[in-house]
Design a protein around this ligand. Sequence first.
Ligand SMILES: Nc1nc2c(ncn2[C@@H]2O[C@H](COP(=O)(O)OP(=O)(O)OP(=O)(O)O)[C@@H](O)[C@H]2O)c(=O)[nH]1
Ligand SMILES: [Mg+2]
Length: 313
Amino acid sequence: MSNYIDITVIEYDRERNLRAEVAKLEQHRKLLKRRRLSIDIPTVAVVGYTNAGKTSLIKALTKDASLQPKNQLFATLDVTTHAGILPNALNVLYVDTVGFIADIPTTLIEAFRATLNDAIDAHLIIHVCDISHPDYVVQHKTVIQTLRELDIPSSKLESMITVFNKYDLLNQQTSDDQQIDEQDNNDDEEVQEEEEEEEKVILQKSISDSNIENNNRLYISCKTGQGLDQLLDVLQKKLMIASDRVTCEYRVLQGGQLYQVLVNGDICTIENMTVDEHDPQFIRLKCLFSKAAYAKFQARYSGASKYQISNDS
Ligand SMILES: Nc1nc2c(ncn2[C@@H]2O[C@H](COP(=O)(O)OP(=O)(O)OP(=O)(O)O)[C@@H](O)[C@H]2O)c(=O)[nH]1
Ligand SMILES: [Mg+2]
């Protein structure tokens, strides 16, 4: 009986501390959101079950040394924002979020939802799922269900990228098992049977995945870096669309007025700059504009269209 009371008191204290912590963070969160909205940088919310590797992913993509992944539940207790640069030179903000969990105390649900809500305002969502976890299918479902309850527009759920993280552990488990098998018995047939069994398990996993959502699935490892280049590629394509951006190419005189505005102004991002092969006085600029900035630029420099050589809008 006394044990029961002790545990209840500890849980009550823990919950009270968490509630106080969440309330304190709410103010900070609102401030960050205002700041994010005031600057026109595409944002990516990284969500997922607790301990799936959300913080690790952002650390791998941004090389932000201040991020501290930890092997514990709720290592991240606040929504934080981290700057990164995509391969096309576009600046991006990654929003690290509080992990989801199936049996969250009911008194905390609203506070966690509020914390997550502004992350969901991001242009794009990455859902990190730990594929090495035995319950990863259930964890995946819990996250999807919670996102649906948050009333996120269906288009945002459809464009969501799902990354199955810790793929290195899955491979390792398979090769560890194989090594043990090879030592324990030299019977090739048995080893082959085991391998086939492993393949079947992996196949079953991927079949059950396909039942749970869209096709934007990637297998990655934040530890080894596997799949991260592919993720960045998918991410930048989707983010250009989600954040309403266009790519335009110009051929302008080096050092001229248009060159100065495009290269030295803060109206666009220069993805690529090459010397014109026919006339080295001219430079080819591949520029990424937000649609709003592009409209402003066209209005201000109406003659610029003469120098435009392509436009994907
Ligand atoms: N082997 C392996 N471990 C990983 C990988 N990614 C993350 N981890 C480990 O998983 C643990 C949890 O990582 P975090 O990045 O803190 O996870 P999180 O989703 O941010 O967790 P919470 O903030 O608690 O919700 C850490 O010990 C990481 O080092 C991976 O690709 N492979
Ligand atoms: Mg974290």
